[in-house]
Design a protein around this ligand. Structure first.
Ligand code: SF4
Length: 214
């Protein structure tokens, strides 16, 4: 059986697929429609999540063939479900322990922002010096609409939205680039969302819904 891709290329980045666990079921998620495949890469990890060593082996393999501008934690799952692995991996990179990879390579996490609630503490201070960028899929500035769009698991429904906002605000002190994103056409009050982003002083990126590209 073909092994899933733990590291896959997209643009100038090397993307890392470390988990399929996710506390949300976003209305715009394409993992089912695209059958866990992303542009020719099988991201279905099955029952077993990869070890740090397995991820590092694939990074070494890919970066021996090509120079990447960034590492991106992003797959069909929420990367902060494995924050311990992220910390260890980024720590190794920063110490220059991963052959073929510059130790100052940019490291980004694409996240739904629930990392604090998932881990039970504010994880953002631990990103300092390790993570350069956080792209947080917020989609709405209104708790009710956020719930409709993100469809969190029951245990994340009550505190989810507020926790994501605290995560964003706290991250600004520890991570150089914090961006919130929204899929175009899902939040009816887009001007309100823009004003909210301005109020919390975080840039907003509107992105098209991924549909029929795969
Ligand atoms: S956070 Fe990502 S993986 Fe999880 S449901 Fe949403 S789009 Fe899919």
């Amino acid at each position: 059986m073909k092994e899933p891709a733990l590291a896959y290329e997209y643009g100038k980045g090397l993307y890392l697929n470390i988990t399929n666990k996710c506390p949300t079921s976003c209305v715009f998620c394409i993992k089912r429609k695209w059958k866990m495949s992303y542009r020719g890469n099988d991201l279905n990890l099955g029952a077993r999540e990869p070890s740090l060593e397995e991820v590092i082996a694939q990074i070494k393999n890919k970066s021996s063939q090509k120079r990447f501008e960034e590492l991106v934690l992003c797959g069909y799952g929420e990367p902060t479900q494995r924050f311990d692995i992220i910390k260890k991996l980024a720590g190794s990179v920063r110490k220059g322990e991963i052959e073929g990879l510059p130790k100052d390579i940019r490291i980004r996490i694409n996240t739904n922002g629930l990392g604090n609630l998932i881990n039970g503490y504010d994880i953002t201070p631990q990103m300092k010096g390790l993570i350069n960028s956080l792209h947080i899929s917020l989609n709405s500035h209104k708790p009710e609409n956020w719930k409709k769009l993100m469809r969190p698991m029951p245990q994340y429904e009550k505190e989810g939205f507020d926790s994501v906002i605290s995560f964003i605000i706290s991250a600004r002190s520890h991570v150089d680039e914090v961006v919130i994103s929204a899929v175009k056409g899902l939040e009816p009050d887009i001007e309100g969302l823009k004003k909210f982003a301005e109020k919390i002083n975080v840039p907003l990126r509107l992105r098209p819904e991924l549909e029929n590209e795969n």
